[in-house]
Design a protein around this ligand. Sequence first.
Ligand code: NAD
Ligand code: TYD
Length: 356
Amino acid sequence: MEKKHIIITGGAGFIGSHVVRLFVTKYPEYHIINVDKLTYAGNLANLKDIEDKPNYTFVKADICDFDKMLELMQKYEVTGIIHLAAESHVDRSIKDPFTFARTNVMGTLSLLQAAKVYWESLPEGYEGKRFYHISTDEVYGALQFDGTLFTEETKYTPHSPYSASKASSDHFVRAFHDTYGMPTIVTNCSNNYGPYQFPEKLIPLFINNIRHRKPLPVYGKGENVRDWLYVEDHARAIDLIFHKGRVADTYNIGGFNEWKNIDLIKVIIKTVDRLLGHPEGYSLDLITYVTDRKGHDLRYAIDSTKLKRELGWEPSLQFEEGIEKTVKWYLENEAWMENVTSGGYQRYYEEMYKNR
Ligand code: NAD
Ligand code: TYD
């Protein structure tokens, strides 16, 4: 069988590292090229267990660099692209929207244009090719507490600079299908949790703070609702959709698992306290209500019925099981957390990749 060369962007980040691991181990016949700029959120330690596999290549590069993207596609004769690289934290986007427009909008456009130029130069053109763009439910805006869910037909109403930049990139991906016939797919997923998430996001941040008896900054009244999915279930969905999803289509990914922030925080506290041998309720005093996030979306909730109906995907983990696994992982991997919070990983890899 002819070898398939697939670029996964953002593979050193949280979700990307799980997708890279799944593809490298499940498909030894594929060659996976992880293209990542290694921003503060990218960490090659997330892939230590697979970095020596013969079907894996890491390339440190910026997706905004069109020439480099084209060169990589030509060099490796890439037939598939799974695009996860992005700036992903809402709070950072509120402080620095330009970086989000640059990477999420211009970076996606540069990748699309490179794929267009390369694939259109081949005799078979777009046949057998696929550009799969990973997006978020945040592009749909915010729901009220009325039981409604985001479907694939929900109108885009992004509120934060992050979600506005992701919405824009989704539009560009669809435009490349409609204008040039590029075989694209977009998926919109709910909040992910699990190992290797950068501790600026709620769940790893709070686990780490509880461990170190630091305050837990709850935005507003803690009443906002998020819909949580275990990251490996997202990676499984990406695998399925990359192989079986309908071109030019959109799929929502989520586990019908809504939690009010404050209730979720209490579950995290209870789990960490139990695993550290503290009495129940020991860390509740760390809860600290702080000024709300600007423009804080009230509620996200994803309807993933289409994905179940058409491709048979369902989450494999119950939330209780997922949270237990996640808390255990962060408690057992203190060296990873220490490295990430101290920034040590960046200095190390800067040295290592300086001359490549
Ligand atoms: P992350 O912040 O953990 O990782 C992002 C990765 O992209 C990092 O490795 C970073 O180095 C890399 N990157 C950033 N800018 C780059 C650039 N210019 N060129 C090359 N690489 C660059 O993000 P994540 O949480 O893993 O999210 C991955 C994707 O999934 C994003 O597109 C995000 O919008 C989407 N998503 C995330 C969630 C979630 O809950 N985390 C939910 C739905 C969708
Ligand atoms: P986050 O993990 O940043 O994901 P997103 O904003 O993409 O949903 O935040 C999840 C929820 O937790 C969100 O409603 C904001 C809230 N939150 C806090 O209350 N305190 C915090 O320190 C953080 C990081 C988030």
